[in-house]
Write a protein of this length. Structure first.
Length: 433
């Protein structure tokens, strides 16, 4: 199975490269340092004894911020090596860098590229955020005795079943070769145990430890006061959801009341889709205001505002009264509702939240949000919250829910510190021989 996987990855590399170049048309950052994708680096090594953190995309990188902060406290002077797979992850990770830290693309999962990567940077240990498991990467770390931990691990029932059915010996050994898994919930822990991974303590979800971006929060409050109406946001929407939402708004029995009661805001998950979503809105006949075209960051009124900017979710959440959570109204598993609650924004979720199953259940139990079956019900519920004067109480409960689940970053950092120094001592002893 391992040899078949290696052949498959080798065979697919031209396709990976084509996909990379295609994505770079809209996001030029994907064209930067393509050699790194093959494990060739010309980066200057500024520090030593790196803690390597792989945060593939934006969500994982944001989740890593609080962990990085705690690691710097637990291991003074630590050097961080960030790797990413996406442009949005890279942009977010760049903001976390300090003097001797490094940031590079993770190579594709071919044996020689991975070996070159590990030989060049020689990390003391590696931390993978949430779900990003590459068999060759994990296998080479295991062979080279580099502790590789899955942190903030989550494993849905769907992924478990798919792995058990199709993963075979390759994925079974991949989970077993991880040095340690730190799961988000007891349910995640049980699923990892079924795959025979080395499961550590359940420490919670790093996303609850995200720090409030005070400047962006303040700007969001300024926007909120400048709008004539409370803001209802479709947050982190995925392909297909905007069309469903707009159709629901167009044909809703409460359409007139909704448009007179709410300022509608749509923030797509992926920046390469901004223009596509703008066209969808214009086709409905609703007036459109694009955030990217506002003069001096001052809101320009329209029936629908398109949040076509990167890195401003704290502003959008702070400006909003409540949220319809993207990724949950199609079978996509949902998006991060925890960030919304951090800024006091209650969440209306669709039926698909399997990537945030425990957090969404906890939010519902805490009355920081509610679940609905479709956009029609979601719009009606938002209108009911407003007309029944329930928005303030839901906003307070959202803030309280977020504050009640903190602490995973500190607990994870304390455990990682022990692994780090143990690995460092073993490396020193090996060199001494």
């Amino acid at each position: 199975m391992t040899w078949f996987y290696r052949f498959l990855i080798f065979f697919l590399q031209p396709f990976f490269l084509f996909k990379l170049l295609f994505r770079s048309i809209k996001e030029p950052l994907y064209r930067s340092d393509i050699a790194a994708r093959f494990g060739f680096y010309n980066t200057t090594i500024k520090g030593s004894h790196y803690v390597w953190i792989h945060a593939v995309s934006l969500g994982e990188t944001r989740a890593s911020a609080s962990l990085v902060k705690e690691l710097r406290q637990q291991i003074p002077g630590v050097c961080i090596l960030f790797t990413h797979g996406t442009a949005t992850g890279w942009a977010a990770g760049k903001e976390l860098l300090q003097n001797n830290d490094l940031q590079v693309w993770l190579p594709w999962d071919s044996v020689f590229a991975v070996q070159r990567f590990l030989k060049f940077f020689q990390p003391v240990l590696g931390l993978i955020l949430e779900t990003e498991l590459w068999p060759e990467l994990i296998r080479q770390c295991h062979l080279q005795k580099i502790p590789l931990c899955l942190v903030n691990g989550r494993l849905s029932e769907k992924t478990l079943q798919r792995t058990q059915k199709w993963g075979g010996s390759l994925m079974q050994s991949t989970y077993q070769q991880l040095f340690l898994v730190l799961p988000q919930t007891t349910q995640d822990a049980h699923r990892y145990q079924l795959l025979q991974a080395n499961v550590g303590p359940v420490l919670g979800n790093l996303k609850f430890d995200a720090a409030i971006h005070e400047k962006q929060q303040a700007l969001g409050h300024v926007w909120r006061s400048s709008f004539q109406l409370p803001v209802l946001m479709l947050a982190s929407s995925r392909e297909g959801e905007e069309a469903l939402f707009l159709q629901a708004l167009l044909h809703h029995p409460l359409q007139n009341q909704l448009l007179k009661s709410f300022q509608i805001l749509i923030v797509p998950r992926h920046p390469q889709r901004f223009n596509e979503v703008a066209q969808l809105i214009e086709q409905t006949g609703f007036s459109l205001s694009r955030r990217s075209q506002w003069p001096h960051s001052s809101p320009v009124p329209a029936t629908i505002i398109l949040g076509d900017s990167i890195g401003e979710m704290p502003i959008y959440y702070s400006a909003s009264a409540c949220v319809l959570m993207g990724g949950s109204f199609l079978p996509l598993g949902g998006q991060n509702l925890i960030e919304a609650c951090l800024y006091g924004c209650p969440v209306i979720m669709g039926p698909s939240m399997f990537n945030f199953a425990q957090a969404s259940l906890a939010a519902i139990e805490s009355k920081a949000g509610q679940a609905v079956e479709n956009f029609d019900e979601g719009l009606a519920l938002a209108y009911a919250w407003l007309t029944k004067n329930q928005l303030n109480s839901f906003q307070e409960r959202a803030t309280r829910f977020s504050a009640q689940h903190t602490g995973a970053s500190l607990a994870s950092a304390q455990l990682i510190q022990k692994i780090y120094f143990d690995a460092l001592n073993k490396r020193a002893a090996s060199i001494a021989k």
